[in-house]
Design a binder for this molecule. Structure first.
Ligand SMILES: [Ca+2]
Length: 416
């Protein structure tokens, strides 16, 4: 059975896009015996995710670094379907008009009205031409001053004008008042695969980029913007105070290095620290607190393994000079979007981290201690059996998630 599981893991890049259309196999008794009791219910209902549990459980450096106590709250909530029929939506933003702005992985951008009407594609977005099915239009955020400048930022992957496949872009553009077209399209950064963007209080942009192609030569290279946290101004220039800017060989936009496939990033609502969640190849998903100039270790250290099941760097999990994750998950949840909940509608969840699981098909809620350690983990929405791509807090104080399927949805999590 172990070999079967490894084979499932090896197919990540090819198998994942069709995952939604294939019914996962039923779990075996052996698989069920290796997970928490509450996880068994999910396995029995939703089937075995590709990152199903096996016997690889590397020891953490710190005892609170993995397998946090399972918790629940008596926060009552209901899940409402806002829209359905979105084809593999990736990210969600909230327009002042009340409409939702949604990226569609293979297509671009659309809006959705509060009553679920999906618009035609917004004209002026880049054409997504790509050889790797998992890439395409990823993140969208509104500028802090969107109400006056109509500016949005996009993270996407396409074939470059010169024919280079899988080229990543960060771009800005202005959304027309009728929300039907983009103008003033400006490329801010070209090259590495960008996953998410967040904007700091000073308007500068943080971007997380992936290094998921073996043998992972970029994440540790200061000459590459891949496998990094980048920090740029809104016109695309690197921040002058970036830690490696004085190094003439380094990409001056690098803020931190050594990440693999970070798909979510958010500022802590109290400390304003920058947190990310990243996916290691197979198991070992990490929650990291990002500091400038720090090296987060991939692929030199990892609590996961490569997609073919082989150990990364001999299975090394710690090394002087390399940052340890705040928390890690084996087996993998395959995290994508993340947010801190700061609203009043769901008060029992205030200041929790929410993170969506793709193959894990769940919404994870994490409680942090004042010291920033994970002290509890709650698994939500497991009965839906949906790949959760993004989770955001709406201006109405409710939580919204989007699901990554050919008939993807926007779901609202509201008090009950
Ligand atoms: Ca790491």
């Amino acid at each position: 059975m172990k070999h079967l599981l490894l084979a499932l893991g090896a197919g990540v890049l090819i198998a994942a896009p069709t995952f939604a259309q294939i019914s996962p196999p039923k779990p075996s008794a052996e698989q069920l015996s290796k997970v928490y009791e509450e996880d068994q219910l999910s396995l029995e209902k939703c089937g075995v995710p590709r990152n199903a549990g096996d016997d690889y459980r590397p020891a953490p450096l710190l005892p609170d670094q993995t397998r946090a106590p399972r918790i629940t709250t008596d926060q009552k909530f209901q899940v409402q379907t806002v829209a359905k029929g979105l084809v593999n939506p990736w990210a969600l933003a909230f327009l002042p008009s009340g409409n939702y702005l949604v990226t569609i992985r293979k297509e671009g951008l659309r809006t959705v009205t509060p009553d679920g009407k999906i618009s035609d594609p917004i004209s002026g977005t880049p054409v997504i031409k790509n050889a790797v099915p998992l890439f395409g239009m990823h993140d969208v955020i509104l500028d802090r001053d969107f109400a006056s400048n109509r500016t949005i930022y996009l993270a996407y992957v396409t074939t470059s004008p010169s024919g280079a496949a899988n080229t990543g872009y960060i771009a800005s553009a202005k959304l027309s008042a009728d929300e039907k077209s983009l103008t003033d399209y400006t490329i801010l950064k070209e090259g590495p695969i960008p996953r998410r963007i967040v904007q700091d209080k000073d308007s500068s942009l943080f971007i997380i980029t992936a290094d998921i192609i073996t043998p992972y030569v970029s994440a540790q290279s200061l000459e590459s913007g891949a496998g990094k946290v980048l920090h740029i101004n809104t016109n695309g220039t690197p921040r002058g105070d970036n830690p490696f800017a004085p190094n003439p060989k380094a990409d001056p936009s690098i803020y931190a290095l050594g990440v693999r496939d970070p798909q979510s990033m958010a500022f802590h609502p109290v400390t304003h620290d920058l947190w990310i969640i990243e996916n290691e190849p197979r198991g070992g998903d990490e929650l990291n607190l990002i500091k400038p100039g720090k090296n987060y270790g991939f692929p030199l250290i990892s609590y996961g393994r490569d997609n073919d099941g082989k150990l990364l760097n001999g299975g090394l999990t710690q090394k002087a000079g390399l940052e340890q994750p705040v928390h890690f998950w084996t087996p993998s949840v395959a995290f994508s979007g993340m947010t801190f909940y700061t609203g009043d509608k769901l008060p029992k969840w205030k200041n929790s981290i929410f993170a969506g699981g793709l193959s894990g098909m769940q919404l994870v809620r994490l409680e942090l201690s004042p010291e920033g350690r994970v002290v509890g983990e709650e698994k939500l929405l497991r009965d839906l059996c949906r790949r959760i791509r993004d989770v955001r807090q709406g201006p109405d104080g409710n939580l919204y998630v989007i699901t990554d399927h050919a008939d993807g949805e926007i779901l609202r999590i509201a008090p009950n």
